[in-house]
Design a protein around this ligand. Structure first.
Ligand SMILES: Cc1ncc(C[n+]2csc(CCOP(=O)(O)OP(=O)(O)O)c2C)c(N)n1
Ligand SMILES: CC(=O)[C@@H](O)[C@H](O)COP(=O)(O)O
Ligand SMILES: [Mg+2]
Length: 642
């Protein structure tokens, strides 16, 4: 008998409503198709793969049981949202993922009503879901109506303080809301910490949900297939002490652990909770990161993020480069110093590979600390280490340091503690878009009394800045550097400490001075070439420091040029603002200096290649050249402007 190939179920899904017409068996088949579609998509776009593959069954089950967008499904971090996007009317645009004018790699309110809450930084989902639940009960207005609020949060994200602040509040308010703890025993790197061990203990030795429910008298909350088992478990539990889970102590009904890849467990549990839950409920599911795609499953990080790849082999396609990455230069320089100074220690908040500290951890494990997704703690922990006589290097992405800002002010700056901040991913990062842009650190650090703030113009400068930070004991110091490959400059054998608050002259010229802070220096030099062709040789200087400023250099540039233009990869309020303040204080504007400050514009720039994002920001060589000509009042040939 010939078997006809079945029509793909995924082709019949235009919105989650279509899942409601499917049998449980069909939903299982749909999950398989969704997994294949996700892999095919990411193979062509690159992006976050492993987390999405781990929640394929959960995504199908949630959309089959709940009623989005009336019910609010909130994905924590949301790097696992690709299957959700495919099911919620965006399948035909998935090949534009993370590209200019394409779909975001994260949930985004402006993109779809099925994305009730945007994210990309972790551990916000429970707070947001609780907000939706309270808004519902208080009669808040909503275009999509008000239903259930469901937070899906990973075990890594659950380690952050914010998640516990939200659990604490939710347990107190006792509102109906659902938290799904997606426990794959993975963060980006293997998770660390006591909570991670606790979650493992919750299912080690297989005390299944029947036992838990029986112990807590919650048998009636379980779907019928489990109730019989639970009753039997109750008998077995007689005489045993089964304590409440941490979540129960916090006021949640705890259900689990259940197999998050088994639709026969997921569907009945979700249906029962949907039908019967009254207060806050936490469903603990066990999944595997990268599930169903061997190359992802076998990677150390579960296929967390990937370049484009060959589906058959899993082999990634990457453009080769000879320049070392800034991250690697930082990590190797720090290792070098740590070999000679046993007070140096290193801190990462769940990003050992991303910050390069995996190298440090291999060599000096007792001096390397992965604190989990806990930037606030990372900063204050570093402050404690510094107060205790160590030399802590707190290596964080610019965007994630934002979360630790009060700690930077209150615990580090006010106490003038010599914490060294290695700020990676400074400036625009590309495909991760506005949530990950390192736009604000200069502004939010350079305004703090006693802080020293540096930006590396190239990888050799970065090496010197690491040495500078090692040597600097007089208060906090930060140095920033971008994502990706360096400029390919010649590297010094060893970094030398820079004189604090001193910039460097790159090129002497006339009429206009270009004062660069950070890696836009390359674009400044390209602009300088273009200007030379027009008979203008600008003076070019690298400020190195936003704080303290090289006042002598800046005032000299101001005094000897018709125009002074600052350029930086940061938002307004940063380096240029400090220079403007200095010039104003010295009355320089009273004497007619033409001053301009080129900064990131006052918008959140959507994802694209970094070069495209900088073009949108108006910070590429052509923009710098144009700004010089405009400032000097020289008409541009081919200019679009009037
Ligand atoms: C505040 C913050 N710090 C760091 C990150 C970087 N980051 C993105 S995903 C991730 C791991 C998340 O692990 P988990 O929540 O368990 O999700 P999984 O990928 O395992 O599904 C980290 C550290 C982030 N997004 N936000
Ligand atoms: C989701 C998240 O926050 C990280 O996975 C981030 O995308 C990593 O960025 P890098 O690739 O710059 O390390
Ligand atoms: Mg995880």
């Amino acid at each position: 008998m010939s078997t006809r190939p079945e029509t793909p179920l995924l082709d019949q899904v235009n919105s989650p409503a279509d899942l409601k017409r499917m049998s449980d068996a069909e939903l299982g088949r749909l999950a398989d198709e969704l997994r294949a579609d996700t892999i095919a998509t990411v193979s062509e776009t690159g992006g976050h793969l492993g987390a999405g593959l781990g929640v394929v069954e959960l995504t199908v089950a949630l959309h089959a049981v709940f009623d989005a967008p009336r019910d609010k499904i909130i994905w924590d971090v949301s790097h696992q949202c690709y299957p959700h996007k495919i099911l919620t009317g965006r399948r035909d645009r998935m090949r534009t993922l993370r590209q200019k004018d394409g779909l975001s790699g994260f949930t985004k309110r402006s993109e779809s009503p099925y994305d009730p809450f945007g994210a990309a930084h972790s551990s916000t989902s429970i707070s947001a879901a609780l907000g939706f639940a309270v808004a519902r009960d208080l009669g808040g207005a909503s275009d999509t109506g008000h239903g259930d609020a469901i937070a899906v949060i990973g075990d890594g994200a659950m380690s952050a303080g914010m998640a516990f602040e939200a659990l604490n509040h939710a347990g107190h308010l006792k509102k109906r809301m659902i938290v799904i703890l997606n426990d794959n025993e993975m963060s980006i790197a293997p998770p660390v910490g006591a909570l991670s061990s606790y979650l493992s203990r919750l299912y080690a030795g297989a005390p299944f949900q029947e036992f838990k429910a029986a112990a807590k008298g919650a048998v009636s909350l379980l779907p019928p297939p489990f109730q019989e088992g639970a009753r039997r478990a109750k008998d077995m539990l007689k005489g045993m002490t089964v304590g409440g889970t941490l979540f129960e102590e916090l006021g949640f009904s705890y259900i689990g652990p259940i197999d998050g890849h088994d639709m026969d467990q997921l569907l009945p549990v979700l249906r029962t909770v949907q039908a019967r839950a009254t207060g806050p409920t936490l469903i603990h599911i066990i999944t595997k990161k990268g599930k169903g795609y061997a190359p992802a499953e076998s990677r150390r990080d579960g296929g967390h993020a990937t370049a484009k790849f060959d589906v058959a082999t899993g082999e990634q396609k990457k453009a080769p480069s000879n320049a070392p990455s800034y991250t690697r230069v930082f990590a190797e320089a720090l290792l070098d110093h740590a070999g000679q100074d046993d007070k140096i220690c290193a801190i990462t908040a769940a990003m050992p590979d991303g910050t390069g500290l995996d190298l440090f951890d291999k060599r000096y494990p007792s001096r390397c600390f992965d604190v989990g997704i806990a930037e606030q703690h990372a900063v204050t922990f570093a402050a404690g280490l510094a107060a205790g006589g160590m030399k802590p290097f707190c290596a964080l992405y610019s965007t994630f340091l934002q979360r630790g800002y009060d700690q930077v002010v209150h615990d580090v700056a006010i106490q003038r503690l010599p914490v060294r901040f290695a700020i990676d991913r400074a400036g625009l990062v590309g495909a991760d878009g506005p949530t990950h842009a390192g736009a604000f650190d200069v502004a939010y650090l350079a305004n703090l009394p006693g802080f020293t703030v540096m930006a590396a113009a190239d990888e050799a400068e970065l090496k010197h800045m690491v040495a500078t930070a090692v040597a600097h004991d007089d208060g906090p110091i930060a140095f920033r550097y971008p994502r990706g490959e360096g400029e390919g400059v010649e590297m010094p054998a060893r970094g030398e400490p820079l004189e604090i608050g001193k910039g460097r002259m790159i090129q002497q010229g006339g009429r206009v001075a270009l004062l660069s802070f950070g890696t836009r220096l390359g674009e400044v030099m390209k602009a300088s070439e273009g200007l030379r062709a027009r008979g203008i040789t600008p003076t070019v200087a690298d400020a190195r420091f936003a704080k303290p400023l090289d006042e002598a250099l800046i005032l000299d540039l101001a005094a000897n040029h018709e125009a002074l233009i600052t350029i930086e990869e940061g938002a307004i309020g940063g380096f240029g603002s400090h220079v403007a303040q200095l010039l104003a204080e010295h009355g320089v504007f009273d004497h007619g200096l033409k001053f301009r400050s080129m900064v990131l514009p006052d918008i959140f720039i959507d994802q694209a290649s970094p070069a495209d994002m900088y073009a949108t920001a108006g910070l590429n060589a052509a923009d710098i050249e144009a700004r010089v000509l405009d400032t000097l009042g020289i008409a541009r040939i081919g200019s679009q402007r009037a």
